[in-house]
Design a protein. Structure first.
Length: 265
């Protein structure tokens, strides 16, 4: 049994790691095509982001693997495979419930991580990416990785969800985690400006968090930020793009990278 659990955990870690490489790599390539030179001078930073992210993938895989083994072997969790086991209208509702629950968990743990002692101990690893790139989505200290790794495995014991809907939740989590960090806005204007944008989080909202080091703590929705007075609005990427031009002008090497870091400080 122990070997089966370990094998399941390893397999899930591998899946999370491969998913990260594929998605972050795809959006990094999209960034190169859309904004050539945006990541110039950030090679050392991106290598560090990848290393931390792959370590996080190992951590994410452990609870996921244990739960996956328990689901298949012992019937743990409330994951179901027959789409007709519950009313069809519940399927999209379950996705929304998971996103709201995940967003709430993320908001409060993320805000906690900005307490000075916790920030210095753990969350500073993530904010050491200045500016963050498409590779930074999972660049977490192990303490932060654990807080992120446990929420979905816990939710599957509490909220029924079809296996395909769970896959959709994980896909949304991955895409939003990457696109929120890649240094430009990929989504249409109505998703980050106007009535809908007042409640949804995309890169334009999250980049303000990385600029200010405070506020804008949510992941998908602005509800908690607005309710708790921590919403700092949306920003733009002019500063990051200007720093990229500065790095390119200085040859894109270590000097340019250091200048960019000082400009963000």
């Amino acid at each position: 049994m122990l070997l089966a659990i370990l094998a399941s955990a390893f397999a899930m870690s591998l899946i999370v790691g491969v998913r990260y490489v594929i998605v972050s790599g795809a959006f990094a390539a999209a960034t190169h095509a859309r904004h050539p030179g945006l990541y110039t001078g950030l090679s050392a930073q991106m290598r560090r982001e990848i290393a931390w992210s792959l370590a996080s993938a190992l951590i994410y895989g452990v609870p996921a693997g244990v739960v996956a083994w328990g689901w298949k072997s012992l019937g743990w969790t409330r994951i179901y495979t027959d789409i007709h086991a519950l009313p069809l209208w519940y399927a999209p509702l379950s996705v929304l419930l998971y996103l709201v629950a995940h967003d709430s968990w993320f908001y409060w743990t993320h805000r906690w991580m900005h307490q000075p002692r916790i920030f210095k101990l753990a969350h500073a690893v993530h904010h050491d990416s200045r500016p963050p790139t498409a590779w930074a989505a999972m660049a977490f200290h192990p303490i932060e990785a654990v807080t992120g790794a446990v929420i979905i495995p816990l939710l599957v014991f509490l909220i029924p969800i079809h296996i395909a809907c769970l896959g959709l939740v994980l896909a949304i989590m991955t895409v939003m985690g990457v696109t929120n960090h890649m240094g430009w806005e990929i989504f249409p204007r109505f998703m980050w400006k106007g009535p809908l944008g007042a409640w949804l989080i995309t890169a334009s909202h999250h980049q303000r968090h990385h600029d200010l080091y405070r506020g804008n703590y949510g992941l998908y929705f602005r509800f908690w930020d607005r309710l708790c007075g921590t919403d700092k609005g949306v920003g733009d990427f002019a500063k990051a793009h200007a720093q990229a031009r500065l790095r390119r002008g200085r040859g894109g090497g270590a000097a340019g990278h250091a200048a960019g870091r000082r400009g963000n400080g």
